[in-house]
Ligand binder design. Structure first.
Ligand SMILES: Nc1ncnc2c1ncn2[C@@H]1O[C@H](COP(=O)(O)OP(=O)(O)OP(=O)(O)O)[C@@H](O)[C@H]1O
Length: 346
């Protein structure tokens, strides 16, 4: 029996843990995902991403804790919860000797979609994934990896699930194929809740509204890319290219940002310009002041002032390093000690 209401989040995970023998693969994981969001689910190898996703998809039971899809408890109402989810595993076993259209019809039958509804569902999924014209009658074994990924996504969206979970959807694809899959995911925004696990961080940063980072079985960060930047790397970095005496440059810049670190970057710019970095602990907007101060001097020339923004890779490194530092020993994952909780911004 369904407990679903439209107000329930698309996904709610409450204190979820999973042990494989003595190993705690995930340990007290909690988060929720609002409907229509595209969320990146990140973590280093072995962090517990696949374990969490498999529990969410009803493919494996948790040791403790609860997971809900649109308010439906996955453990006690697995069949109903599964109807709400489309899952694309990292290693998607597709039959090489079936044609795309045959395979999707077969997958629709497994989801109890028959007759006219089946034709409509298969046509629409092929249309969204751009398989209709180019690949509908092709043998899956003859398709490029990018097209095989599209078949996997078409399969996952066939039954118009509320939630679609994709494990590494762009792994092994060339830049054109990655762009095509990104556009496809973007076209799902607002219609379905999409959770993507990937190690391709620039891709995740481009496409996701929210990021959840898991490390050593625990959620260590959760928020929008901007809120995570503020939480984990609340620094400002300017990079300048200036020609002239470094001590003079330094004294001019120190007058504007007395507490910042000012360093000359090693490396050759190919001429008499040098690269200088200013790093401050707070958010600064000083491009104009920097330009004025340097232009004021007759012996200095400036040709570039750029404010650098930490990217998702920087955030990922900071979040997973912080939690790694806060975890005193690997024994904790076997449950012999309690780890201190890393900072999480839910
Ligand atoms: N079936 C299993 N039996 C025993 N240990 C397992 C099993 N599946 C996963 N593990 C272990 O649980 C931990 C979490 O694995 P999981 O696959 O969930 O991580 P992941 O974040 O998805 O990693 P990756 O990015 O490498 O796919 C790892 O230490 C892994 O070795």
């Amino acid at each position: 029996m369904s407990n679903e209401t439209d107000n329930d989040p698309a996904i709610k995970v409450d204190n979820l843990s999973k042990r494989y023998g003595k190993l705690r693969a995930i340990d007290g994981v909690s988060f929720s995902v609002e409907r229509g969001q595209v969320v990146g689910f990140l973590g280093p190898n072995g962090a517990g991403k696949s374990t969490t996703m498999r529990i969410l998809c009803g493919l494996m039971p948790a040791t403790s804790g609860r997971a809900y899809i649109c308010g439906i408890p996955v453990a006690s109402q697995a069949h109903e919860a599964k109807r709400k989810i489309g899952y694309m595993p990292e290693h998607n076993p597709l039959p090489a000797d079936m044609r795309v259209i045959e395979y999707l019809r077969y997958r629709a039958r497994l989801r109890e979609i028959h007759g006219k509804a089946q034709k409509k569902a298969v046509d629409e999924a092929m249309e969204v994934c751009d398989l209709h014209r180019k690949a509908r009658r092709r043998l899956i074994g003859t398709l490029s990896k990018g097209f095989r990924q599209r078949v996997g996504i078409a399969d996952a969206i066939l039954a118009k699930p509320d939630v679609i979970i994709m494990d590494e959807p762009t792994i092994g694809l060339d830049p054109h194929q990655i762009l095509a899959i990104r556009r496809l995911i973007e076209s799902l925004r607002g219609q379905m809740t999409v959770v993507i696990s990937s190690h391709i961080l620039p891709e995740i940063e481009r496409v996701c509204d929210r990021i959840i980072i898991i490390n050593q079985g625990r959620v260590v960060a959760s928020g929008t890319p901007d809120s995570l930047r503020e939480d984990f790397l609340p620094t400002t970095c300017y990079r300048l290219q200036v020609a002239g005496d470094f001590e003079e440059v330094k004294s001019k810049l120190s007058a504007i940002t007395p507490h910042a670190t000012i360093e000359e970057k090693p490396g050759d710019t190919g001429d008499d310009f040098r690269e200088i970095e200013i790093i401050a602990d707070s958010d600064l907007q000083i491009s104009e002041s920097l330009l004025h101060a340097l232009a004021d001097s007759s012996s200095l020339r400036v040709r570039e002032v750029a404010k650098l923004k930490p990217n998702l890779e920087d955030i990922f490194m900071a979040a997973t390093k912080r939690s790694y530092d806060e975890t005193a020993s690997p024994f904790q994952r076997n449950g012999t000690k309690n780890a201190s909780s890393p900072k999480v911004n839910a």
